[in-house]
Ligand binder design. Sequence first.
Ligand SMILES: [Zn+2]
Ligand SMILES: [Zn+2]
Length: 250
Amino acid sequence: MKIRTILIFLALSGLSASNAFSWGSEGHDVVVRMAIRMMKPSERKAVYDLLGTHDTHYIGHWADAVKDQNGTKNWHFVNIPDRDEHYNADRDCPNGDCIIAKLSMVQATIRNHAASRQARKGALLYWFHLVGDLYQPYHCYGDKYGGNDIKVYFKGKETNLHALWDDKIIWYKNSSPTLLAEDIFNAHHRVPPTTTTFVDAAEKSHALAVKYKLRNNSNIDADYVARSWSTINACLWEAACMASTIGPDV
Ligand SMILES: [Zn+2]
Ligand SMILES: [Zn+2]
């Protein structure tokens, strides 16, 4: 990313936008809280110093708030088709305009200490958000518009499969980012290998999306809610583990 471009993005940071295409802001907030908690104190300080804020809601949500204005919508997902379990860059990430290529780019910017502080700050905001999106199964699912075109009924209301996973189930559980982060920490999930690549994570998300896909007009029953809730918790945990790995490089 050109440094000037990031400066333009930062200038737009006060704008608002809908949450319709990402973990809801609560899911992102939880990922940021857990990732920062996993860091060593020196790493945490470096992250807060660069970002200039401790506001985990802002850090997690910023990239969604600017995407409609700065043409970065495609940064938030990758379209791996239902029929194929593997990512194919030429097919799924044309012109490098997808979450996998953009995560590599922002990671490189954060690690490039010759880049301006503003550029590295913008990249770090993208990092925390996009790693979260990478672990939302339907952000790595190319059919039916990432599940947005699969209508489902949840608690008597019409919604869609993508939104169900972004935030409807999280809201239904009626926790708070603080409590949910605490619950996930206390559940002692397995820490994924530090060698996990963006492609590994995307393919895992895609497999979950295929596993949990539903027919159009499905009713969401209690069993689906229970199973998906435990998967969502594990996804948020794994996202935080990956997000925390940027620490030593900030
Ligand atoms: Zn997003
Ligand atoms: Zn989404």
